[in-house]
Design a protein around this ligand. Sequence first.
Ligand code: ADP
Ligand code: MG
Length: 518
Amino acid sequence: MSSSNFGVWRPIAENVEYNALESNSNAVMAVADTVRTTLGPKGLDKLLIDQAMNRHVSNDGVTILLSLKAIHPVARMIVEIAERQEQLVGDGTTTAVVMSAEMIKEGKRLVKELGVHPTKVVEGIESGVKHACALLEEESKKIAINDIELEHVVKTSLASKLDGASLARMVIRALRNVGENAKYDGEYDFNKSIMVIRKTSMEDQIINGIVLERGRLDPELPVEINGARILITKLDLKPVKEAWIKENKNYQEILLMENDRMSKSKEIVDSMIKTGANTVLIASPEVDQAVEDMLVARGIFAARVATEEIDHLIRYTGAKPVRVTDDLKKSDILGKADRIREDEDNGLIYVEGGAGNNIVTMIVTGSTKETSLERWRATIDGVNAAEAALNKGVVPGGGAAELHIIDKVKGMKLKGLEQVGLDVVAAALESIMRQILTNAGFNGLEKVMSAKTSPKGYGIDINTGDPVDMWKKGIIDPLLVKTMALSAAGDIAKSVIRIDRNLAAEDLSSQALSETKR
Ligand code: ADP
Ligand code: MG
């Protein structure tokens, strides 16, 4: 594989590159070409290979882009929008990339061939994108958690993924399991109520409860507790530091400190147990061996928890983490769960029947680390798509929503040459269906034309090539995925089109820049 395929950056020969738009746009195209063939249900996978010959097969736009080596700095902006799309909505990364490449291509044509000033193009893009987003919103429908459309959104989002159909079923079950419980301040936030972990050598599972990916603190602790009263501690559980002991060479002093360590450890353990806790989840950085031994002796269930798990445990069990020993005297610090147990074979701890808000954990597996990773990512995409759909509504998929607003976008009246900037947005709106169908082996352009003359909401059946009503066919996308992708694409296109020179600079680290400003 030649790395120049991704628009590799070579130092600028004469310190200035006059034809920046040409070279930047070529670099963007090269990067976009690496992912555009993955778009849609018939999109193909990429085999990623690193220097050590590690392999990974992926169909996920952002994963592929992030793995590319040595990318042209402008093309790197494409990677950044894919990342931003992933963070903001968690799906639609390839869509964002395809649209931005299309906008840049069309924008360059207007500037180079028709001599339109870049700022006119940029202004046209800005108005066009805004208008297109508003039109998509008009076309959208609201959906509720028990509607069939929720299933359609999740299936559409996972259509192109490895094992997508079975993952979609699992995601839908998880979503309906938490249901309205996942609403916070009126909006669904599944981050708070669905955990997705990945494992090899197990079956896929949905657990009503929290699964922690570790074993308990000590093999001699009980494996299972029924009626768990849970204390989450951030207390310092290493009251005497080893360094202090080492510093004191005098035997008498060491003995004193050792006694001190034992009595302080006992004091902490006693006061933890006095709260009535039979389960201690530890978020403290260190645990003294003496503390551990005393917990074993008292038959307490104890395990470490990671910071990112604490919020889930708080919501699920109602526990309030203790930070200082005085907190242990408060009355409402313990959380409750019907059962906590370790699955010793798989090194997992299950917390089930929590007294607080409902939480569901999906265990996503795969026969190899790579497949479990790819399926895990896809699962999270599906959950994100559902969240976006429930909060902001849905539009017909397969590029149909975009296609049927093109005429209205082009019909906007802008002053003067800005009008041509609308062509840039129109090109992007058309590109999604064309790419999906090209990837399915059709003549994309021809099929897009026949969909365009069909009624609103119609796209092309990916298998037969005939026009179909996407709503009826159950191919629907979250509105938010579309509007975010469109705005992100617009932002990138605007910045690339505005650049007329690439200059070789001395030092652009943020520190150097702030010093020049001064
Ligand atoms: P992205 O990274 O942009 O999410 P995907 O590869 O997941 O890319 O493809 C998503 C696109 O595929 C959406 O526009 C969706 O509507 C479309 N799609 C999914 N299933 C179908 C189908 N059966 N027919 C046509 N388009 C589909
Ligand atoms: Mg997707």
